[in-house]
Design a protein around this ligand. Structure first.
Ligand code: PMP
Length: 379
């Protein structure tokens, strides 16, 4: 028997890797087209929290300019993109880590800080990648019961154990769409810092930050300047419309940034993504339009759920979590009608669907299909 095979011929792998429940992505449009013989234009996908406007024209132009250079590796340091971000957010470029999506930032924190015998704290119903990033390192999970579908920061603070290295906070959270105020987050960081110093790193995942109304958005840049044990992550996949390119970034003081740099792949963000992100980050008009379309779409969906008598969690992001009862059956019936949404049974919410906010006409198709499926009168 070679050292790479077991008695029964199975590959040998660490138990914590074999135990991973793989991430379940939103169903691709092409799959449904193949399975049901539908035309792509008859399918509405509201399943992956993508920007229904697509990518900004400014980013498309930047990509076109970049194409000729694709024979070369991307800039490993992301100099130009980091400088654009640094200038706008008023942080040193050396505090920025670029990621292959903000997922990559979450993974980098896991790789840099977690190992067997140590633990990460996160909330029930929190973004699933916290579980994956923890388990991939063979570290322990401390999952704290949610409070009204959101994070219970007091309970999360109490749950920090002697072996805890990382606390993950999603704000807003996916799949619940809940939001924690600046006061709540700042208070949590103060307590963690006062009690544990820099032994515990807090990740503040702000993938949906740009959808928040200005008056409640947290000044997380100020928090990064204040707390050495804080990583803020941001995404270009949502409001900036670049999900397919995979680009996001993390902000942290030099000590944490340096740890993440040690485990980062040198060319983790490709040249097209860097160029497009740079253009999108400066495209205020596109961002404002994305936020407006989202806020109107949210009202449209939430009003329809009210009419249908469906419970939902008021959302601060670009999706709404809605209670439909037998979510699997409803999901199947919606798929037959060409509407892809996201069942969240794997997140412990078997009676709920997460519906991404689309364009007004896409939302309308969803509302009509849902009304039909639930056997309700269209309002
Ligand atoms: N954080 C949260 C809370 C998310 O919902 C997502 C996307 N599903 C991500 C991070 C990662 O997004 P991306 O890697 O596309 O930036």
């Amino acid at each position: 028997m070679s050292e790479n095979t077991s008695d029964n011929g199975e590959l040998v792998a660490p138990a914590h890797i074999k135990d991973i429940q793989p991430y379940i992505p939103g169903k691709p449009i092409d799959d449904l087209v193949r399975e049901l013989g539908l035309k792509p234009e008859d399918v509405v996908k509201l399943a992956s929290n993508e920007n229904p406007l697509g990518m900004p024209a400014s980013a498309r132009q930047a990509i076109e300019r970049e194409l000729a250079g694709l024979g070369r590796y991307p800039d490993p340091g992301g100099y130009a993109l980091k400088n654009v971000i640094a200038k706008r957010l008023d942080v040193p470029a050396a505090w920025i880590t670029l990621g292959n999506g903000s997922n990559d930032i979450l993974e980098l924190v896991g790789m840099a800080l977690l190992e067997p015998g140590y633990s990460a704290v996160y909330s029930q119903y929190a973004f699933v990648v916290y579980r994956l990033a923890t388990q991939a390192r063979g570290a322990e999970h401390i999952v704290v019961p949610a409070k009204e579908f959101g994070h219970d920061l007091d309970a999360m603070f109490e749950a920090i154990a002697p072996n805890t290295r990382v606390v993950f906070i999603a704000n807003p959270n996916n799949p619940t769409g809940t939001f924690l105020s600046e006061q709540a987050v700042t208070g949590f960081l103060e307590r963690v810092q006062a009690t544990f110093g820099n032994r515990v790193t807090v990740v503040l995942d702000e993938a949906y930050n740009e959808y928040l109304p200005d008056d409640i958005r947290i000044d997380s840049v100020a928090l990064v300047k204040r707390f050495k044990n804080l990583v803020v992550s941001r995404s270009f996949s949502k409001a900036y419309g670049l999900a397919g390119l995979r680009v996001g970034f993390g902000l942290a003081q030099p000590a944490l940034t340096d740890l993440m740099a040690r485990v980062r792949q040198p060319f983790n963000v490709n040249s097209l993504a860097q160029a497009a992100a740079m253009a999108a980050f400066e495209d205020d008009a596109f961002l404002a339009h994305s936020a407006k379309v989202n806020s109107e779409g949210k009202q449209q969906l939430q009003a329809a759920f009210d009419r249908l008598g469906l419970k939902y969690v008021p959302s601060y992001a670009n999706f709404v979590l809605v209670h439909v009862g037998d979510a699997n059956a409803v999901n199947q019936a919606l798929l037959k009608r060409g509407v892809i949404v996201r069942p969240v049974g794997a997140d412990g919410l078997p009676e709920w669907l997460r519906i991404s906010i689309g364009l007004p006409e896409e939302n309308e198709i969803l509302i009509r299909a849902l009304t039909e499926v639930l056997g309700k009168e269209a309002a």
